[in-house]
Design a protein around this ligand. Sequence first.
Ligand SMILES: C[S@@+](CC[C@H](N)C(=O)[O-])C[C@H]1O[C@@H](n2cnc3c(N)ncnc32)[C@H](O)[C@@H]1O
Length: 351
Amino acid sequence: MEKERIKEFAGKVMSDLSGGMAAGLAYVGAQTGLFQTLSGQGPMSMEHIIEKSGLQPRYVEEWLKGMVCAEYLQYDMDNETFELPDELGFLLASEGTDHYMGGLLHSLPMMLSVAPRVSDAFINGGGVPFEDYGQDGILAIDLMNRGLYEQRFVSYWLKSMPTVYEKLTAGGRVLDFGCGTGHAALTMAGAFAKSQFIGLDIDPASIEQACKNARDAGLTDNLNFVQGTFSDLEPGQQFDLITTCDCIHDLTDPVGVLKKLCELLSSDGTLFIIEPKVADSLTENINPIGALYYGMSVFHCMTQSLAAGGPGLGTCLGPSGMQSLVKQAGFNSFEVLELKSQMTLFYAVRH
Ligand SMILES: C[S@@+](CC[C@H](N)C(=O)[O-])C[C@H]1O[C@@H](n2cnc3c(N)ncnc32)[C@H](O)[C@@H]1O
C-alpha cells in the first residue's frame, strides 16, 4: 500500500461525507424556504434571515453556518452577513423551472431513508416496493421533472419531431404510460387542444395527485387519468403518440409492457421514451452523474423493480439496453434523438 494514496482516499471519503451533509443541509434549505428567503436579497444579517423566514432561530443559525462551510453561502466577517449567490438562487430558489435542482435534493433523503432495508435486501433479496417511498417519493419525482416537462416537453422535445407535432396540432390521440403525477400529459393537453390525452399509472396515490393537478389546471376536457393497467383502458384504442417518461427501467415486465405499447401504437405512430442519460459503457459513466444515477438505482429504481419480482433493470439502462428491449417487443425502428440535456436521453421508436 502507498501512504500517499491512503491519504488521498481519506480525503476523498471525507469530501464525500461532507458533500452528503451539504446536500442534506441544502435539502432543508429548499424544503423550508430558506433559499427563497435569501434569494435576490444580497447580504443579510442572521437576525433578518431568522425574522424573514419565520423559522426556529437556533436551527436557522446552525444551518447558515453549515451552508457557509459548505460554500453555498458567502459570509462577510466584518458585517456578519450571509449571502446566497444569485447563480445558486437560480438553481435552488426556482421551483417549477427547468433549471431547479431542488427536486434532486429532495430525492436524496427519500432514497437514503430506506438504506437499512436496501442493505438487508443485499443479503436476503427482495427490495423496497414503490409505494413504500410514500408521498415523499411521489413528490420528489414530481419536483425533479415538473419544471422540465412544463418548459421543454412541447416547445423543444416534441417540436423536434415535426410529424408528431403537426399530428397533435391537427388532433391526435396520446397515451402517457407511467404518467406519475401527470405533468407531461398536462403540459401536452394544455398545448394541443384538439388532441385527446390519457395518462395511465399503476400507482393510486400518483394518479390521485395527477387528477388534482388536472382539476387545478382546468384541463379535464381533453385529458383523462386512469389508475391501473392496460386492461383498464377502453378496448380497441390506437394512439398516434405514446410517451413514457423515466419509467421503462422501473418496470417489472419491461418487454411485456413494450409489446403492449407496440399493439396500441397506430401504424404511423411514435413511441417517445425518456430515460436517464447514461452511456452504455461503465467507463464512460465514471463521473458525478454516473455515481448519482447508480446510487438512485440501488436506493430506488432497481430496488423497487426487484421488490415486485421484476428484473431490476435499474437507472443506468443506457441506449443499447433500451434498443434491445424495444427490438424484443417487436418494434423495428429505434432512434436516439439529438436533444440537448445533461441528464436525459430521448428515443423515438416506431413500427
Ligand atoms: C419514476 S416514475 C415517473 C413518473 C412520470 N412519468 C414522470 O416522469 O414524472 C415511474 C412511474 O411508473 C409507474 N409504473 C411502474 N410500473 C407501472 C405499470 N406496470 N403500469 C403503469 N405504471 C407503472 C410508477 O407508478 C411511477 O409513477
